[in-house]
Ligand binder design. Structure first.
Ligand SMILES: [Zn+2]
Length: 251
């Protein structure tokens, strides 16, 4: 994807689902933005993505040390923990989000307590407030509900914008139905989704990038999806390593 002087790539595509017997899966989107001398990531995925993230960034010619900005939508482990992979990056997170996350009782939520504690004193931490410009051309917008301090980020182009919703709208089902699953406050989530519709529809052809789904655009009142969902699991159900079963998690 191009937006004026920026190149935007989906490094890891988020998945809109949760496990039935094993809790959350945490397969979230990681997006690379390059331009204006900057190399930025919106969200960083979870522990299981570390190797994949390095590999995918390398395919784009990016080393972790090249990343100048890590922009976190919220504190949940599946979006935030890999900020530690990027030694030279400014780490941006909402001030309200970080304050809230730091006060959460340990062991009771998807907030990674020790990572949040480390982030609070991280030398390159840059906390953002509602309306702040966090990166050239990108503004932060408080979108509470999923967590109290969730941020939505809008990258402003001349003709269209790109709206990164994180988990304020995790997937097309939440965005289009305006309902939410796994939210801290459902009424706040619904109000935030209305605000997101406003950012998305402000300029024709603007792209919405949810936290756990493929990017989408509005065309003549219909929603179109950029790219195809792709998710697979490989399992060893047999008694040797050669016998595998692949499950495609696509629709
Ligand atoms: Zn989340």
């Amino acid at each position: 994807m191009k937006l004026d002087n920026y190149d935007i790539e989906i490094v890891v595509q988020g998945f809109p689902g949760k496990a039935v017997c094993h809790g959350g899966m945490g397969w979230s989107s990681v997006v690379l933005i390059r331009g204006e001398g900057r190399v930025a990531l919106v969200d960083t995925g979870s522990f299981g993505m570390r190797r994949l993230l390095r590999e995918r960034l390398a395919e784009h010619g990016v080393k972790p040390a090249d990343v100048t900005d890590v922009i976190l939508t919220h504190s949940h482990y599946d979006h935030s923990v890999n900020f530690t992979l990027f030694p030279n990056a400014r780490i941006v997170i909402g001030a309200d989000e970080l304050g809230w996350a730091a006060e959460q009782p340990w062991g009771e939520s998807p907030v990674p307590e020790l990572y949040v504690r480390a982030l609070k004193t991280w030398p390159t931490l840059a906390t953002a407030a509602d309306g702040d410009t966090v990166f050239p051309g990108m503004t932060a917008h408080l979108a509470p509900g999923h967590t109290p301090g969730c941020m939505v980020y809008v990258l402003h182009g001349r003709e269209r914008d790109i709206v990164f919703t994180g988990d304020a709208a995790k997937n097309r089902a939440e965005m289009l139905s305006r309902g939410t699953d796994m939210t801290f406050n459902a009424a706040q989530s619904a109000a935030s989704i209305e605000s997101i519709w406003g950012y998305w529809q402000k300029k024709k052809g603007s792209v919405l990038v949810p936290g756990h789904d493929v990017p989408m655009i509005q065309v003549d009142g219909r929603t179109e999806y950029l790219g195809k969902r792709d998710a697979r699991i490989i399992a060893w159900f047999g008694e040797d390593l050669e016998t595998t079963t692949v499950f495609r998690l696509e629709a």
